[in-house]
Each structure stands twice: as C-alpha cells, then as structure tokens.
Design a protein around this ligand. Sequence first.
Ligand code: NAG
Ligand code: NAG
Ligand code: CU
Length: 381
Amino acid sequence: MRSELAIQALVGAVAVSALAVPPSLEKRLKLIDLGQFGSFPTITPEQAHVEAEKIEGPFRDGPEFNFPKIVIGGNKTPAAGEDEVAATSNAAVSGTCDRNNPKVRVEWRNYSQADRKAFVNAIKCLMGKPSAGGFQGSTSRYEDIVSVHQQMTHNIHQSAVFLPWHRYYVSAFEDLMRNECGFTAAFPWWDETKDAGHFADSDLFTDDYFGPLPGKTSNDQGTCIESGTFGGLTLHIGPGSGFQNHCLSRAVDESLTGTVSAQFVQDCNSRTSYDDMRGCQELGPHAYGHNGVGAVMSEVQASPGDPIFFMHHLFVDHSFRIWQNANASRTTSINGCAGSSSPCTPITLDYVLSSNGLKADTTIGNVMDTLGGYLCYRYDY
Ligand SMILES: *[C@@H]1O[C@H](CO)[C@@H](O)[C@H](O)[C@H]1NC(C)=O
Ligand SMILES: *[C@@H]1O[C@H](CO)[C@@H](O)[C@H](O)[C@H]1NC(C)=O
Ligand SMILES: [Cu+2]
C-alpha cells in the first residue's frame, strides 16, 4: 500500500514536470548522495594500541562467567573519600534470571539456517506492521525503532550513556521481535572481527538474509539494495534529522572494515576505566563497522534504517560484556559523564534510560549485568 502511494506520488511529480517516460524502478528507489550520510567520528587503531593498558582478558564469554549475582543497592553510605565512580544504585533490579540457564546469543556462524531465516523474517514482519503512533516520521513498527534513535541521538552518543543505552535499545528491539512478530529462537550476534576486511563475503550479506553489500560505484556513490529480504525497501527517516524517502543503500569500504580486528577490540577492552574503554570502543570498532558498511549505516542518527545495524550493535554489546567479564565490579559501577554538556554531570547507576516509550524506562543499574534479572542473556563465547 505504502509503495503504491509512493509510486502514485512519483507519477504525479512526473506529470507535473511533463516528462513522458514512466518512472523507472531506480527512480522509485531514490538513491541519496553518499556525501549526505556523513560518517561516525573515529580514533585510529594505532592510537588505541598506544593507549592500551595491561591486558587483563578473558576476552570471551561462556557458562563459567555466570558470576554469582551481586546485589546492588541497600542503604550504603559512601565512606569519606570513596571514589564516586564506584557509586552504587538504590534502585532494586527488576525481574529474575536463572544465571545457570540464561538465553544464549549465538554467533551467526553457529546459528542455524532456520534461525537465520526466522530472524530476518521477523525484522521484515516489524516493517510490515503499522507504527504504534507518536514516533516522529515513522510509517511502520520497525521505523518506530529507527525514530527513537534519530530523535535521541544527542543523548546517547559520545558519553558514558552510549553502551548501556544501546544495550537497552537492542533489548527493546528483541522484545518487539518476540512479542509482536512471534520470534522465539535464540538471538544471534556477529563476530565482526572474523570478517574484518571482507565483510562482503559474510553470508549475512546474501539474498537469503540481509541482501548484498556492494562497494562504492565508479562515481563514488552507494547502491540501492534491490534483492534479499530487504530488497526494494523505502526508508522514511533520515538522513540526519530529516525525513526523506530514500532507498536502503550500502557502500562497503573494506579498508575500514579491516580495522575491526580482534586486536583493536582487545586494545579498547584493556582499559580499566569504563569510560576510557567506552570512548575507545565507540570511536574505534563501533565507528569503523558503521562507516565500513557505508551509506545508511554510516549516518549517526538514522543508521538503524539498515537492519544490519542490530547485528552490528549485538557485536558492540558483546565486546562490552567481555570487558565486564574481566572483573565482577564492572557490572556494579560506571564512570564518565551523563551527556556531552559541559560541565560534566557524573553518570550514576540511577541514570534513567528511555526510548520515548518504545520500552518502559529503566536505569543503567538494571542493564549493567546481562544476567541481573532485568536482562538474562550471555554470549556463546
Ligand atoms: C559451534 O558449533 C560447533 C558444531 O556444533 C561446535 O563444535 C562449537 O563448539 C560451536 N562453537 C561455539 C562457540 O559454541
Ligand atoms: C577489580 O576491580 C577493582 C576496582 O577497580 C579492583 O580493586 C580489583 O583489584 C579488581 N579485581 C581483580 C581480580 O582484578
Ligand atoms: Cu547509536
């Protein structure tokens, strides 16, 4: 229905400009100039390496990292001189989790073909459902999710909020997949370090799943994705803070994806301060994955318009969980600023994470432990 309306609108525009040719498929799938997408700010892998601290792994996940639950809160009074970065929360963690039997997020290579298919089909299902209303620019349930990211961009990037908020955001996406599109399998994640330098060869980017990952064209443009589960998709949110109908486009740069290496992730994860690690991951592997896929994915505000966004952020969340596994105190403390405004407002575990109603508000304290009850998952490795 929506695409019929779009075609009618185009036919109207063509009639007004008195062109005799009928609108072609390419015209319906409006390609936005690559330059309009901008890019995520970065640091270099060399810089992260120079700043790396003593490596304190484990750099993996698994059943042995189901640490006993640490109860946060109570009426703890900070002792004089106690480091504020270790601030605890008075808010009780909601929900329960059997730490020996959490959901396990399975790396794409070990994820069955049936589950892969079910995963992309559930995303497609969200795209076919109407918006719940109240999400600016949205024309579908999936775009409700995109709209939240676009509208909240300035509160959720380049500050300590980045990792907890995106963990919460991915869990909101998971809830919609399960509650509104009947998705029941385990969630996947994508070990990008294994595809660094050759993202386009991953079978994520085949017609069975997310569709192809073309490089820049000879005239430096992206390419509309016309095949695969999301072929011919029209996006209505973005680029940036705008709302323009445009195609889902990609423009891979494998020299950028090549930096998303295990070494870069480890150099960032070697940082003992949460906010140092966060800055390194955000401007490092996270930014290069976005810019590497290119076009829609390289634009900060509306990048969730490309559904590969969620595979990417599952990878980013995996790196965060691995960093946390190196020391149990990393699920009960946080440091850094609660936003980019100056002077810095120190972040606390009571900071409220919101998604404009997509999922009920919660606190950072509730999402720090992925087995804490509000959340209940670990990664397969
Ligand atoms: C992936 O699957 C193979 C075959 O079932 C299994 O041997 C391997 O341990 C799995 N890898 C992980 C990380 O779970
Ligand atoms: C965990 O981190 C805390 C706080 O930084 C530190 O005091 C403690 O020594 C660390 N524990 C281990 C086992 O590294
Ligand atoms: Cu984001």
